[in-house]
Design a protein around this ligand. Structure first.
Ligand SMILES: Cc1cc2nc3c(=O)[nH]c(=O)nc-3n(C[C@H](O)[C@H](O)[C@H](O)COP(=O)(O)OP(=O)(O)OC[C@H]3O[C@@H](n4cnc5c(N)ncnc54)[C@H](O)[C@@H]3O)c2cc1C
Ligand code: FES
Length: 284
């Protein structure tokens, strides 16, 4: 983990309200694991005071320049504009200074090679699944089930297809792919592939539904949780969730920023209200 003062390389709107930002990030190729995240700060701006967490979509290299400059290593993040921080981010351009603390957290465990892998992404929850897919396709058949409210929420699916991932799109309003919830598609796929391992990231109601389905079909599940985070390094405790076996006399809290954001489903207490972290308030 390091605090990197760097610059924006590009920042483009890829769907209404969704932006894709490329950031110069030397060292990230070696350092980062699928499912990890960065705490992002707009350097010149005092507000928002706190950094904001974003999953790493992809780590890559820009081709070396003709004047023999080394290839530039970058990360890409994809973000939805929802408030002050992301509102400022959408106005950033090439060369703007920014700060990255990362890579942070515990990422996905790729599991056994050769078993079926099913990735479930809801809206912006798709982001950490791309670098996971890049790794999984080396050894396994990978299927991506991507859900959103409307077609605007369906992003970067063709890039997964280019990796060799089979993709299934569903939207709640039926404007793209199958009409309905991504969890309905998951049930169908688990009937076809009962030996699969499932990886999920998205809004908390989707994650809870995925957990119930995976429990019912008795398949392993890893979830990436989006808690409200103030520090990202285990210091402020704004992101805690209750772990498996938690009781008042034997508290088992887990920091989403250090023990997660990716958890094996059985490590969490799904009956506890605190698992529903994304619905609660948090630090600014
Ligand atoms: C590990 C991790 C990875 C993330 N990856 C991504 C990503 O790849 N792309 C992306 O767009 N977002 C991602 N998020 C969520 C992102 O951090 C927030 O959307 C962002 O901090 C909002 O900042 P803001 O200042 O624009 O909004 P704020 O003004 O802080 O908040 C605006 C609204 O969004 C809600 N909100 C803020 N943070 C979250 C959250 N974590 N979950 C649910 N609601 C929230 C607030 O309650 C409020 O209603 C991730 C969060 C975590 C913890
Ligand atoms: S965000 Fe501060 S402890 Fe997790």
């Amino acid at each position: 983990m390091k605090n990197l003062k760097t610059i924006v390389l590009s920042n483009q709107e890829i769907s209404p309200g969704y932006f894709r930002m490329k950031i110069l990030a030397p060292g990230y190729h070696k350092m980062s694991q699928p499912g990890q995240f960065v705490m992002f700060r707009v350097q010149r701006s005092l507000l928002p005071l706190l950094r904001r967490p974003f999953g790493i979509f992809r780590v890559g290299f820009m081709p070396a320049d003709c004047d023999n400059m080394p290839a530039k290593e970058f990360i890409e993040i994809i973000y939805k504009v929802v408030g002050d921080g992301t509102g400022i981010m959408q106005g950033l351009h090439y060369g703007d200074p920014v700060e990255l603390l990362g890579p942070l957290g515990t990422g996905f465990d790729c599991g056994e090679a050769a078993t079926e892998k099913i990735l479930v992404g809801g809206g912006i929850g798709l982001v950490p699944l791309y670098s996971l897919a890049e790794k999984l396709v080396e050894t396994s058949q990978v299927r991506l089930l991507m859900g959103g409210r409307t077609r605007d929420d369906i992003i970067t699916v063709t890039e997964f297809e280019r990796l060799g991932v089979e993709t299934y799109v569903s939207t709640e309003d039926g404007s793209l792919g199958e009409a309905g919830l991504v969890t309905q598609v998951l049930e169908k796929k688990l009937k076809e592939y009962p030996q699969a391992t499932v990886f999920a990231c998205g809004p908390m109601p989707m994650i809870e539904a995925v957990q119930k389905i995976c429990l019912q079909y008795n398949v392993p599940l890893q979830v990436s949780l989006e808690a409200l985070m103030a520090c990202g390094v285990g210091a402020c405790l704004s992101c805690v969730v209750k772990g498996e076996g938690h009781t008042e006399s034997d508290p088992r809290y887990l920091c989403t920023c250090t023990s997660g954001p990716v958890f094996a489903a059985e490590k969490l207490d799904w009956d506890a209200a605190d698992v529903k972290i994304a619905k609660s308030g948090g630090c600014k």
